[in-house]
Design a binder for this molecule. Structure first.
Ligand code: ZN
Length: 60
């Protein structure tokens, strides 16, 4: 008895609204949620304001 049934991929849920992801290869249910997530990411961890402190060793 051969069981050659491929395992179905894990059901992905949209991190924004927790709905099932609509497309393969995407964890979002829609482009809108993907944009929202991108916006959060840009506003949050990525776009951290950095104080422009002149470094005497690095300045010319
Ligand atoms: Zn969504």
């Amino acid at each position: 008895m051969i069981q050659d049934v491929p395992r179905p991929p894990k059901p992905r849920t949209c991190p924004i609204c927790n709905r099932a992801a609509a497309r393969e290869g995407s964890r979002f249910c829609s482009d809108r949620c993907q944009t929202i997530d991108l916006g959060r990411w840009l506003k949050g961890d990525y776009a951290v304001p950095v104080k422009a402190e002149p470094n005497p060793d690095e300045e010319d």
